[in-house]
Design a protein around this ligand. Structure first.
Ligand SMILES: Nc1nc2c(c(=O)[nH]1)N[C@H]1C(S)=C(S)[C@@H](COP(=O)(O)O)O[C@H]1N2
Ligand SMILES: [Mo]
Length: 317
């Protein structure tokens, strides 16, 4: 069956993902000339798309996208790590609704010529948004394929004119226990912080994400602005960012602070180096039963291995 009538479709099926697939299929059909051949009439009974707030249009496909099938919208938004809302994988989907993402602003400071407090709009508007399908691999040995919407972090940083002393970029998540109940407990040293070396931050693979599946980021995924560093462990991909500081010294990172012998600043997806408590050779793609081999640099080695040439990544983990 090519096209279903609205009455054939259960409300539970009308998800962002199914709409996304539907739209893709529609575009595919149109491109293949089916629409013209069918006189367009065949396309009319498509389910009407409910008006979604914050859909991005005219996304162009970005470079380095994975050719793999993305995980479902449900998998991506119901199985999350966001300790500000609890340590259970389903806690963020349950509790992140408490987070107020509008208005939102980000402080940019440190080694830049143009420091300031920028609104979300100031940050995003000058950039052409892209869709990039990237793998995300958690250090806990699960992975997902996610169609992000975003733009390269490096393009944003250039706008603030880093000084010659800028060697690292430090990121900070919102700290507000009123909105983030997980912060009422000392699970981590709040606020959550992460960092990149300048060349990692400027690498064209490094994305600031503002959406997924063509829509505004859901809160559990790090709305309204999060980092995505696809060749690193998921934990480097800090969510709900309120501060970006360029620094001369290597900044602290939350997971290094909490377990320094397990997570270093350069923590990487390295199947050849076991985590102190488990092997890193394989991973489970969410939604699959059989495990996959974990790839060095999460499969992005060709693009990024040179950033670490000469470094012993067993030592500089
Ligand atoms: N602020 C903040 N950012 C965070 C985390 C967190 O707990 N708090 N968890 C990290 C971890 S461990 C992973 S694997 C990814 C998960 O991203 P996802 O929920 O979009 O899959 O987010 C990372 N970013
Ligand atoms: Mo993770």
């Amino acid at each position: 069956m090519l096209i279903r009538k609205p009455s054939d479709i259960q409300p539970s099926e009308i998800t962002a993902e199914s709409m996304y697939r539907e739209r893709r299929r529609f575009l595919g059909l149109a491109a293949a000339g089916f629409a013209a051949a069918a006189g367009g009439a065949l396309l009319l009974p498509r389910p009407a798309l409910p008006a979604l707030p914050g859909r991005f249009d005219n996304l162009r496909p970005g470079p380095y996208s994975s050719g793999e099938a993305p995980n479902s919208y449900e998998d991506i938004t119901r199985y999350n790590n966001f300790y500000e809302f609890g340590t259970g994988k389903e806690d963020p989907a349950r509790y992140a609704g408490m987070l107020k993402t509008d208005p939102w602003s980000v402080i940019v400071d440190g080694e830049v010529e143009q420091p300031g407090r920028y609104t979300l709009e100031d940050l995003i508007k000058p950039h052409a948004l892209e869709e990039r399908i990237y793998r995300l691999r958690c250090v806990e040995a699960w992975s997902m394929v996610i169609p992000w919407v975003g733009f390269p972090l490096g393009d944003l940083l250039k706008r603030f004119r880093p000084t010659s002393r800028a060697k690292y970029v430090a990121f900070t998540t919102l700290h507000d226990p009123e909105q983030m109940p997980g912060q009422r407990r000392a699970i981590l040293d709040w606020p959550y912080v992460e960092g990149l070396r300048m060349d990692e931050a400027m690498h064209p693979l490094t994305l600031l994400a503002v959406g997924l599946y063509g829509q505004v980021l859901p809160k559990q995924s790090g709305a309204p602005l999060r980092l995505v560093v696809p060749w690193k462990y998921g934990f480097k991909s800090i969510k709900s960012i309120v501060r970006i500081s360029l620094t001369e010294q290597m900044p602290p990172t939350s997971w290094n602070r909490s377990a320094a012998h397990e997570y270093g600043f350069y923590a990487n997806v390295n199947p050849a180096v076991d985590h102190p408590r488990w092997s890193q050779k394989r991973e489970r793609r969410i939604g699959e039963l059989r495990k996959r081999e974990t790839l060095p640099f999460n499969g992005y080695g060709e693009q990024v291995a040179s950033l670490y040439s000469g470094m012993d990544l067993g030592k500089w983990f």
